[in-house]
Design a protein around this ligand. Structure first.
Ligand code: 6R9
Length: 652
């Protein structure tokens, strides 16, 4: 492990003592431990109380938890009735109509728009009425393929208002990927836009939809929001303009009150192989997970401006741009652009401009910005920030330190939050006012979550500290996905059967001597080299410690002698040079000779998903000489780098 990872950073005293700041909800580690113990000892009392505290119920629930992992029949808050859009919009619109619900920061700097709760209610209701008039009803599915505009959030909430299941497809997916997701969910309508704008570029969204719809028999209508106003193909009567439809309807629509366990949405996620799974979340459990984690993990208070930089097409956008902030009556920022547009200062300009209090992004963005240097951060007033978060993959301790020191000026809590599409909300995380932080560790379980480290072979729980294994969760919690759409067997097979009685995350994990959890990455990213268990993340971290290295991706390749051997791909910082020998020495020095990569390839770019996760599977195939079997590349951000990588591997 690197030096940075050994440091323990206490809770920044500014959070606890500065009178300008609200008192943290949980303000000591003892306090966290006490609430955590209660939540584990008597989960039903804990969750029942929180469900009543954080959500509005139209009819009270009669049981907190029924069923369990054993039979895959978990149900929370049975017989309770509520509506997610009422919880996220109406109750705040009536109490506080002029409060800003959303700040839209458009791709073009200087172009932003504020939307109050009162306005949000009107727009959600108009759209809900339009959907109703098109014949949609509770239990139908609607595909949302939208850029990062407030109308996307309005679409989520209008569906939720009618009990319609939304299935959001990230607007960077290809027409083929969109088609497959529409067909799997039998969606009846696509809500989309003419075009999108991102990083100064135009995305031809409607054209992609048209291409997809050549093979989508269930689609009856396409509702098109005008984002850029360019001429786009439009085929009436199938296609309808958003603005023309909404004008027809009054700005009130009664919410459809649904059962706690009725579905709220589907979100497709790719497993390591095979076709994407439609992960299904239910109304009450998911909403409670979003509400409670936003409040405690980000220490959300009434006047905060919450900024999550993810895309609404991913689970992070669902939970921490839309449902979490709005269910708490907060103000959420919708950021349409990229961290690089027009310059690598954009994030910090946005933080200063809107006085963002909680900022949430991914390690890949943090590493990218670190690579461009501190000057882009300096000179921006970031003093509004209290909590800065990271999500999506393990964060290298060096990137963590940069985030903490340069962005957070050692005055903000860094929350490295671990969770998944399936878990619905954060499950391992520090709490800003309570948890001493270790760079690279997601630290401890959130309330009500019982993580266990299992021996991957025997499936036995590894007790005590200083253990390594796979991460599973022992007891149900409300926001865990209930099923895979139309394929419950796949749900059981993927998550509940591998280790009977547990939810299996698919991630490797270590619990260190102090009880801190360290996510090692997906289990298939853990290597065994000559009997040594190595994590890709650990070697990557060693490489990134080298002053020249910007990013690193490490893979395990079959080896006759050692079982597996290590191959590494690295990109270098601007204007830096390094050779393979030097980088090999770096890993030998930081971890040990046994971890030294057998091969290092210095490249210009790494294959990444559109949400920024490095696709190590592709690198593994290329190195193993299986470039003709790369599998599903639809999630790849830039396919043009593949031939370059193949050439590089061939010639080295
Ligand atoms: C929220 C999200 C889930 C996978 C997960 C794990 C990785 C997410 C992480 C992390 C280490 C963190 N992951 N957060 N690994 N530290 N803080 O990203 O959902 O897209 O479904 O990905 O991402 O491997 O299993 P999703």
């Amino acid at each position: 492990m690197t030096d940075a990872a050994h440091q323990v950073h206490p809770v920044p005293s500014r959070l606890l003592n500065d009178p300008k700041f609200p008192k943290p909800h949980v303000n000591s580690f003892e306090n966290y431990e006490k609430i955590y113990e209660e939540s584990i000892k008597d989960p039903e009392t804990f969750w029942g109380k929180k469900a009543n505290e954080l959500l509005h119920w139209h009819k009270p629930f009669e049981a907190v938890l029924s069923g369990g992992f054993e039979h895959g029949d978990v149900a929370w808050f049975r017989e309770g009735e509520l509506n997610a859009s009422y919880n996220c919009v109406d109750r705040h619109a009536y109490a506080n109509p002029d409060k800003v619900a959303m700040i839209y920061e458009a791709d073009e700097p200087g172009n932003s728009r504020h939307i109050t709760y009162g306005e949000l209610l009107h727009q959600v209701c108009r759209l809900a009425n339009a959907l109703k008039a098109l014949g949609l009803k509770k239990g139908d599915t609607v595909a949302i393929y939208m850029p990062m505009v407030p109308e996307a959030a309005i679409a989520f909430l209008a569906c939720a208002r009618l009990g319609i299941i939304h299935s959001v497809v990230f607007a960077g997916f290809s027409s083929g990927a969109l088609r497959d997701r529409i067909n799997d969910a039998s969606s009846k309508i696509v809500i989309t836009s003419d075009e999108g704008r991102r990083g100064g570029k135009t995305i031809h969204i409607k054209k992609i939809v048209d291409e997809a719809l050549k093979e989508c028999p269930t689609i009856e209508h396409v509702l098109v929001f005008r984002r850029t106003g360019s001429d786009v193909p439009f085929s009436a009567p199938r296609d309808l303009w958003w603005h023309e439809e909404l004008e027809k309807y009054r700005p009130y629509c009664p919410p459809e009150i649904v059962d706690a366990e009725d579905p709220l949405f589907l979100l497709y996620t790719s497993g390591s192989t095979g076709k994407p799974k439609g992960v299904l979340h239910t109304t009450a459990g998911y909403l409670l997970g979003a509400a409670i984690t936003l409040k405690y993990v980000f220490d959300y208070h009434e006047n905060d401006i919450y900024g999550c930089m993810a895309d609404i097409g991913w689970i992070t956008g669902h939970t921490y741009i839309i449902y979490g902030p709005l269910v708490n009556g907060g103000t959420t920022v919708l950021f349409e652009s990229t961290p690089m547009y027009p310059t690598p200062s954009r994030y910090w300009e946005v933080v200063a401009k809107h006085k963002i209090t909680q900022f949430y992004t991914a390690p890949t963005a943090i590493r990218l910005l670190r690579r461009h240097g501190n000057d882009y951060v300096k000179g921006h007033d970031l003093s509004s920030l209290r909590v800065i978060g990271s999500v999506g993959e393990p964060i290298n301790p060096e990137a963590w330190e940069w985030y903490y020191e340069v962005v957070g000026r050692k005055e903000c809590a860094v929350v490295d939050t671990y969770w998944q599409t399936e878990t619905g909300s954060i499950i391992l995380t520090p709490l800003p006012g309570a948890t001493p932080m270790k760079p690279g560790s997601a630290t401890f379980p959130f309330f009500g979550i019982q993580p266990v480290v299992l021996d991957p072979v025997s499936g036995k729980e590894l007790e005590g500290n200083d253990v390594e294994g796979v991460l599973a969760i022992k007891k149900p919690w409300p926001s865990l996905a209930r099923t895979v759409y139309n394929d419950h067997n796949r749900y059981l097979k993927t998550y509940l059967n591998p280790y009977k009685g547990y939810y299996f995350t698919g991630d490797g994990v270590g619990r260190d001597k102090d009880g801190y959890y360290w996510i090692r990455g997906r289990v298939d990213d853990v290597m065994n080299v000559a009997g040594h268990r190595l994590s890709t993340a650990e070697i990557e971290s060693a490489l990134i410690c080298h002053q020249s290295v910007a990013e690193a991706a490490v893979i395990g390749i079959d080896d006759e002698l050692t079982g597996q051997c290590v191959h590494a791909f690295t990109t270098l910082k601007d204007d830096q040079i390094a050779d393979v020998k030097e980088l090999t020495l770096q890993v030998r020095n930081v971890i040990g000779p046994f971890a030294a990569p057998k091969k290092i390839y210095i490249v210009n770019d790494l294959p990444k998903t559109r949400s920024g996760k490095i696709m190590r599977r592709i690198l593994r195939k290329i190195v193993s000489g299986e470039s003709d079997q790369l599998g599903d590349l639809s999630t790849l951000a830039d396919p043009s780098i593949i031939p370059v990588l193949i050439e590089k591997v061939k010639s080295s």
